[in-house]
Write a protein that binds this ligand. Structure first.
Ligand code: BO1
Ligand code: ZN
Length: 233
């Protein structure tokens, strides 16, 4: 595995996080400068174990569309890499732009991707609930996956098919069998750094795992994402 640990990350030029959070010194997202990342030979591979039956529903919260998971048990977890214990999957969501020139939150050597997937997990060893973990040190792990235009992604299609039902804010639709591991790139190389949530409450509780290789989606799939209306853009 050729994992990299990102150190001394530079802030995203368009993000004014530290100004918004008093004392904020590890705000996300960041621009990942590949040349500045440091290879750690003893950083283990990241490992996910997801049970598609823990999928609950999909909803438009006005910021994104979220697929939420039952996090009462350890059936869907991420472990390995820099993590000392398993973290439970709570939800995944996407960030995208008005067109394909803009969209991802993280950038790689200043390159922006059309969209970025976030798989949000919480530390069930240290904390009792997701809401508690959000506010605390070492509370969350978010896996970030870049999306780029290319071939049709069959693993994403079931999600794309249901998107019209959550086009508007507050819409919620039953979606009870989906395996998010199909959305991870085949190559498991990643960068990791300590950061924050990218939207309020912006807490600096997140270990970021950014997959180096993007996944591909085709034009028709990304169009449906563009038709989901959010109010924070
Ligand atoms: S992100 O992955 O850094 N873009 C991110 C940013 C903000 C949240 C989650 C992930 N916020 C949390 C709220 C919770 C809410 C949850 C929805 O989103 O702090 O109150 O329940 O799952
Ligand atoms: Zn996000």
């Amino acid at each position: 595995a050729c994992s990299l640990q990102h150190k001394d990350a530079n802030l995203h030029p368009l993000w004014k996080g530290p100004l918004d959070v008093p004392g904020g010194s590890r705000q996300s997202p960041i621009n990942i400068r590949v040349r500045d990342s440091v290879f750690h030979p003893n950083l283990a591979p990241i490992s996910t174990q997801y049970d598609p039956n823990t999928c609950l529903h999909i909803w438009n919260n006005g910021y994104s569309f979220l697929v939420e998971y039952d996090d009462c048990t350890n059936k869907s977890v991420v472990s390995g890499g820099p993590l000392e214990n398993p973290f439970r999957l709570k939800q995944f969501h996407f960030h995208w732009g008005v067109n394909n020139d803009w969209g991802s939150e993280h950038t790689v050597d200043s390159k922006v991707f059309p969209a970025e997937l976030h798989l949000v997990h919480w530390n069930c060893t240290k904390y009792r609930t997701f809401e508690e973990a959000v506010m605390e040190d070492n509370g969350l792990v978010v896996i970030g996956v870049f999306l780029k235009l290319g071939r049709r992604n069959e693993k994403l299609q079931k999600l794309v098919d249901i998107l019209p039902s959550v086009r508007y804010k507050d819409a919620l639709t039953e979606f009870n069998y989906f395996d998010p591991s199909g959305l991870l790139p085949a190559c498991s190389d990643y960068w990791t750094y300590s950061g924050s949530l990218t939207t309020p409450p912006l807490t600096e509780s997140v270990t970021w795992i950014i997959m180096k290789k993007p996944i591909e989606v085709d034009h028709s799939q990304v169009i449906l994402v563009h038709q989901v209306f959010v109010t924070d853009l």
